[in-house]
Design a protein around this ligand. Sequence first.
Ligand SMILES: [Ca+2]
Length: 248
Amino acid sequence: MRKLIASLAAASLLATAVPAFALFTNGGFETGDFSGWTLTGTGTSLSQVITAGTAMQPGQTLDINPYNGLYMARLQDVSGLFHTTQLSQTGAITQADLNSGGKLYVNWGVVLVDPDSHIGQLPPYFSIDILKNGSLIDSFYADASNRQGGGWLLAGYASWSGGGYGGTGDMYYKQDTYAYDFSSFDLGDTLTISMNVADCGYGGHGGFAFLDGIGTTYEPPTVPEPSTLILLGAGLGGLALWRRKQRK
Ligand SMILES: [Ca+2]
């Protein structure tokens, strides 16, 4: 029986893992490392593949766990000092990719420190670039100035110093899914994705990004919404009350 369950589990893993990330290798970081990806920039050594047990950054109060499976990538950390870091991979479009609906998905999140201190002047940011056969074809950009785009949550308070620089301020977090329609691509065209995160341009305010579920099948991120947390809290509270009543 145990053998049967194990083989069923393995079969279902294969069934879901292969089509989800057909375009890219290790699109969910489930190898536990950056295999298949190219990591470049000045924050390379600050970046790692994290699990639910990975320690939070100093000052971070909102725990951010893998969006899909057991692992996800984190680019950079809470420190400033002008880091910029890129994670990229190039894949050739297969028939399976075209059959999948022609969209590329990225579950992303980013924490940006003190985004209002110099609005419009080199704030920390997150961006995604798409290249077709080596030429830039789409760019997505996010910074937290004035909570651009909505959906930003307070994630803690950063207080960092080093190398003659320092930065303090609220840490703002946003999680979303980026979707790119690659129906203009033909079989065999190459698609390069480059995901970038940068500290502010004055050396103080850090930015760090989370990436998971990168592929041609949408994998909903497992992120508890604040409203879900409240409902869960209410549910647990109700259960505790019911238990207390049962005991009497
Ligand atoms: Ca994952």
